[in-house]
Design a protein around this ligand. Structure first.
Ligand code: URA
Length: 242
C-alpha cells in the first residue's frame, strides 16, 4: 500500500493534507522519517506512526474492530438527536474513518458495543441467521420469579409485532435482576419482551455480544479487538433453555 493511501486510511487527513505532511518531512513510521508519497508500506509492519513528532494511533488495516463500553446518555447514531453520538467517545483520528456500529443500543442502555469498518462482519454479527448471542442484565421494576423467566423462554408476542420472540436463556440473579440472552436485535427488544411478560426494565446493560464482554473497560473506554476470535455461542449450563 502506498504511503499516501496508508495515511489516509489511518484517518490522518485528506489526500492533499497527507501529501503535504509527507513532503514536508512530518511523517515517521517506526521512528524513521518517510517522505516519498508512493513509498510502499506493509501495514502489518507498522508499529508506530507519528506526525510532527506526535504519536498517532496505528489502525489495523484493512479492517478494524473496536470494542466500546458504552456509557448511558449516548446515541448509536452518526446523526444523534438528543444525546451525543457514541462515535464522539472515540479519538478524532478514528472519527475520520468509516465507522459502523454493529447493531444498536438505546441511549440509556450501557455496555458492550462493537464498531467496525467491515460490513461483512457487521452483517454476520447482526443477522438473526447467524445466531449470535447477546447477554443483557436488566434491572426490573417488580420482583420476578421462575415463571417470569419461563414465559420469556417460551416466547412472548411483542406489541406491534406479529412474531413471537423467545429468549435463549433467562435467569434471575436477584428477584429484580434478569440475565437474558437473545439472538435477534429487534428494536427495543429486551424492554419490549420484559413488558410483554408483565414487568418493566428500569436499567439495561449489555454484558456480552458474541464472544466479547467489557473486558475491564470502564464506561466510555474502548480498544481494538481481533475479529477472528471464534464467534460462537458460549453458554454455560445455567443459561441453557430448559
Ligand atoms: N433491547 C433494548 O430494549 N434496548 C437495547 O438497547 C438493546 C436491546
Amino acid at each position: 500500500m502506498q504511503l499516501l493511501k496508508y495515511l489516509q486510511a489511518q484517518g490522518i487527513g485528506s489526500r492533499k493534507s497527507c501529501q503535504w505532511l509527507i513532503e514536508n518531512d512530518c511523517v515517521a513510521i517506526n521512528g524513521q522519517t518517510v517522505n516519498f508519497p508512493k513509498q510502499e508500506i506493509q501495514p502489518e509492519d507498522v508499529h508506530t506512526l507519528s506526525i510532527d513528532g506526535e504519536p498517532k494511533i496505528v489502525v489495523p488495516l484493512p479492517y478494524f474492530y473496536i470494542l466500546l463500553n458504552k456509557p448511558a446518555g449516548y446515541e448509536t447514531s452518526h446523526k444523534p438527536r438528543d444525546y451525543p453520538s457514541i462515535f464522539s467517545l472515540l479519538p478524532d483520528q478514528l472519527r475520520e474513518l468509516d465507522l459502523q456500529a454493529v447493531g444498536r443500543l438505546d441511549a440509556d442502555t450501557t455496555g458492550v458495543i462493537l464498531i467496525t469498518n467491515d460490513g461483512q462482519f457487521n452483517h454476520r454479527m447482526t443477522s438473526p441467521k447467524h445466531k449470535v448471542d447477546k447477554l443483557y442484565q436488566a434491572c426490573l421494576k417488580h420482583p420476578a420469579d421462575d415463571h417470569f423467566c419461563q414465559t420469556l423462554l417460551n416466547g412472548v408476542l411483542l406489541h406491534d409485532d406479529n412474531e413471537i420472540v423467545s429468549a435463549n436463556a433467562a435467569e434471575l440473579s436477584t428477584p429484580t435482576t434478569l440475565l437474558l440472552t437473545i439472538r435477534e436485535g429487534k428494536y427495543h427488544q429486551v424492554k419490549r419482551m420484559v413488558a410483554a411478560a408483565g414487568n418493566r426494565v428500569e436499567q439495561l446493560h449489555r454484558l456480552r455480544f458474541g464472544d466479547w464482554n467489557e473486558d475491564g473497560l470502564a464506561p466510555g473506554e474502548w480498544k481494538f479487538i481481533r475479529a477472528d476470535e471464534k464467534i460462537e455461542n458460549k453458554r454455560t449450563k445455567i443459561y441453557l433453555k430448559s
